[in-house]
Every structure is written in C-alpha cells, then in structure tokens.
Design a protein around this ligand. Structure first.
Ligand SMILES: [Zn+2]
Length: 240
C-alpha cells in the first residue's frame, strides 16, 4: 500500500486469473478450455480460414456465450477505481474478454486483441460481439464477408502497436501490478522485467507464488484478485 499510494504512473499487467470470478475459464491449465481442444487444431488461423463454420461451432460460439454473460468482478472494478484515484495509468492485458473496459478503465492494451468485437474478413468493418446473430454459422457482415473475432489466433502476430505501447508503459511506470498471471508467456513475460529494470516496484497479486516471485517482483500479495483489490482500494481510500 505504501508503494501504491504515491504512485501516479502505475500500470497493471493482467491475465486469466482476474477473470475467473467473472465465469471465464482460463485457456491453459486445469479446467482450461485447452483441455477440451487442441488449440493448434481449433484456434489456429489456418483452421479458421479453411473451415470458419466449424471453428465458430466448436469454439467461437461457446466463447461468445460465456463472454456475453460475463460482467467485471471486484478485481476489474478495483483497477478501474485505481485509475479514478489517479494512481493507475494503463492496463496491459492478455485477456480477450473486454472486462477492463466494461469496468471503466480507459487505457487498455490488449496483447491478444479482443473477443468483445468481431471483424469482417472482407471489408474490415467491426461489430460488437454481443450484437452478432450466431444462429447461422459462420455469421456474416452486411457485405457478405465472414465475421471473425478481433482477437489474435494462433499463427497470427501480436499487434505491433500493442507490443510497442506496452514496452513504453512498462519502462515509464513507477509501480507495476501483476494481477492474475504468472507472466511466463511472451510477450507478457518481459513486461515485469522491463519495469523492474527501469526502477519500478513490481507487486504481484496471485493466489500462488510464480517464477516472478522474489526474483522480479518485490513482493507477492497472496489471494484472489477481487479480494486483494478490495483490500487495497479501501486502504487507499482511507488514506485520502
Ligand atoms: Zn464486411
């Protein structure tokens, strides 16, 4: 708390752990979506281009149903509150659920794009996923083109602007909060390292220690993202 109260340029790096309490299963790990599917088989851009109806049917439609229902939890709301308090500048996320924006954060960098929007593969027009009628698969744009998630499939590049901006944010932040991620997958993995090397305090909020703990992060606050964020926000609000 003492590190966070004076911060004005804090950045949060978030992952699947922050969205579990919103009912979004993680892709990796136990109970993850990838236990049911081979991601290289289903979530690869080549599979989508070859057979969009199949990929919509077995993956995209389920994700749409899950994400249509999901609402921000106390973890997302806490980060939005930190922005209102003038402490947090940006959120860098590996998630594609759009919940940080829904909670109220105004600067969200999405490494893997977003599932909250679909994009026409012909005319590039974007449409909010919750507005897409998925009764016929694959859903199509008014121009007749097939709609695809505006998220990064396997076999596709991380959007260069997202990568560049997050490196910039990481090297200029005073505090980096690592929330709900062990940050072992690139490019997220390099952000806490950049922050630490640039002199920021790196604070982890995770249920279990990670490879960052005690090496890159100054300390770990153990617990669920929502519970810990509630504690942090109330402590900071008392201080004001
Ligand atoms: Zn179109």
């Amino acid at each position: 708390m003492n590190d966070l109260a004076p911060a004005r340029q804090a950045v949060a790096l978030t992952g699947a752990g922050i969205s579990i309490d919103s009912g979004i299963p993680p892709f990796r790990g136990k109970g993850g979506l990838w236990e049911r599917f081979d991601p290289m088989e289903i979530a690869h851009i080549d599979s989508f281009m070859r057979n969009p109806a199949m990929v919509w049917k077995v993956l995209v439609k389920d994700l749409k149903d899950i994400i249509d229902r999901a609402r921000p939890n106390d973890g997302h709301k806490g980060l939005a509150r930190l922005e209102q308090l003038g402490i947090l500048k940006s959120v860098i996320t590996q998630n594609i659920d759009g919940l940080h924006q829904m909670a109220g954060n105004t600067d969200v960098i999405e490494f893997h794009g977003t599932f909250a929007w679909q994009r026409c593969i012909q005319c590039e027009r974007r449409i909010e996923t919750s507005w897409v009628d998925a009764s016929e698969l694959p859903p199509r744009c008014t121009c007749g083109g097939i709609l695809r998630p505006d998220a990064v499939f396997f076999g596709e590049m991380i959007p260069p602007a997202a990568l560049w901006r997050s490196q910039e944010m990481a090297s200029h932040c005073d505090v980096m909060l690592v929330v709900g991620t062990s940050a072992v997958v690139q490019p997220a993995a390099s952000m806490p390292i950049i922050a630490r090397q640039s002199g920021a305090v790196v604070i982890e909020i995770n249920p279990e220690p990670t490879p960052l703990t005690g090496v890159i992060s100054s300390y770990l606050i153990r617990g669920k993202a929502g519970d810990v964020m509630n504690r942090i926000v109330s402590a900071l609000e008392i201080k004001r």
